[in-house]
Write a protein that binds this ligand. Structure first.
Ligand SMILES: NC(=O)c1ccc[n+]([C@@H]2O[C@H](COP(=O)([O-])OP(=O)(O)OC[C@H]3O[C@@H](n4cnc5c(N)ncnc54)[C@H](OP(=O)(O)O)[C@@H]3O)[C@@H](O)[C@H]2O)c1
Length: 314
């Protein structure tokens, strides 16, 4: 079976490489052609446009951001959707809004194309190792048809429900990831402002019950101040928090914490950290702590003075 793959960024390039490693013939397209070089050396065929790719394949995977790039790949003049033969399958692995997945499924359906939303959990390393988790929305029969391909790229494939169920679950997970990182970064900055060493803080927080398990994976980056190249670019996590808050708007759910966190990510992007790993949110907040705000702050925090600590003589 010839497989089309569009979007060869951090995730897509590695996912496609795993399909290739399992012996599948690939036709690939990416905005930046050089990112396809390794796949082309491995025998993949280059297509100049999503439309040109569509005429050669039986199934298409997309792994793109932002959402508009999915729209362009599928529906622009050079898009693949109108060029795919009826009955073919489009699997969108991009993290997008559930409403968007449903509208793409409709666009596909009117052209006789089957559609699955199949976003993933796991970053650069799981993508390379083929240990991603796929959260899939759509018809069980369509998942059955492409499950062996998903299993080349992931170690777990979860059928979450109908169209949009995969992207629904994915944005819920990234809501937790994004707010979790923001809370952790703020805690670290608070601890340091109180005079605690970063080493003591990381040991206590990451070793303790209150911190999310993923923070263990971010410890080294924070210790070394090394946020590039990104495993998961900060700008894409802000995108996901936006997808969560706009989805919540439609369902009538209040998201005060997520909205606040989303704006901190926006400020970090404006400060030039959008391409960095999302753990750079800590570096952004730490940098803000050092900006002089015109007030006197007690170094090491407002600890009680020695005089006040002294026991009173009776
Ligand atoms: N990185 C992670 O840890 C991770 C984990 C789970 C899910 N995801 C999701 O996976 C998707 C891809 O993320 P990634 O980390 O692989 O990001 P990435 O490295 O930035 O790749 C983004 C992809 O989209 C393409 N693209 C961006 N703007 C475009 C435009 N205007 N027109 C056409 N193509 C465009 C890029 O093309 P170029 O190569 O030309 O830039 C690239 O192929 C996103 O939806 C993200 O939320 C990421």
């Amino acid at each position: 079976m010839k497989i089309g793959f569009i979007g060869l960024g951090i995730m897509g390039s590695r996912m496609a490489a795993n399909l290739q490693r399992h012996g599948h013939a690939l036709v690939v397209h990416n905005r930046t052609r050089e990112k396809a070089d390794a796949l082309l050396s491995g025998g993949a065929t280059w297509a100049d446009s999503p439309a040109a790719l569509a005429t050669q394949v039986e199934i298409i995977f997309t792994m793109l951001a932002p959402t508009q790039s999915v729209v362009n790949a599928a529906l622009s003049e050079d898009g693949f959707l109108s060029k795919l033969a009826p009955g073919r399958l489009w699997v969108d692995c991009s993290t997008v809004a559930p409403t968007f997945s449903r509208s793409m499924a409709e666009e596909a359906k009117v052209r006789g194309i089957r559609f699955l939303d199949a976003p993933v959990s796991g970053s650069r390393s799981p993508a390379a190792l083929g240990t991603l988790v796929f959260w899939v929305g759509g018809a069980a029969a369509d998942l059955k048809a492409c499950r062996p391909l998903l299993e080349c790229m992931g170690s777990q494939v979860v059928h979450c429900g109908g169209t949009g169920a995969g992207t629904s679950l994915k944005i819920v997970m990234n809501q937790l990831l994004g707010t979790g990182m923001a809370a952790f970064a703020e805690a670290l900055v608070l601890g340091e402002s109180l005079g605690l060493s970063r080493e003591v803080l990381l040991e206590a927080l990451i070793g303790g019950a209150a911190a999310a398990p993923f923070l263990k994976l971010k410890r080294e980056r924070i210790e070394k101040g090394n946020y590039e190249p990104a495993d998961f670019p900060l700008r894409w996590l802000q995108k996901d928090l936006h997808l969560a808050t706009t989805s919540a708007y439609h369902t009538g759910v209040a998201m005060p914490v997520t909205n606040a966190a989303k704006e901190i990510y926006r400020l970090a992007i404006r400060a030039g950290r959008g391409d960095a790993d999302f753990s750079a949110l800590y570096a952004y907040l730490a940098e803000q702590r050092d900006v002089h705000d015109g007030q006197q702050h007690a170094p090491g925090g407002n600890r009680p003075t020695a005089t006040l600590d002294r026991p009173r003589s009776s």
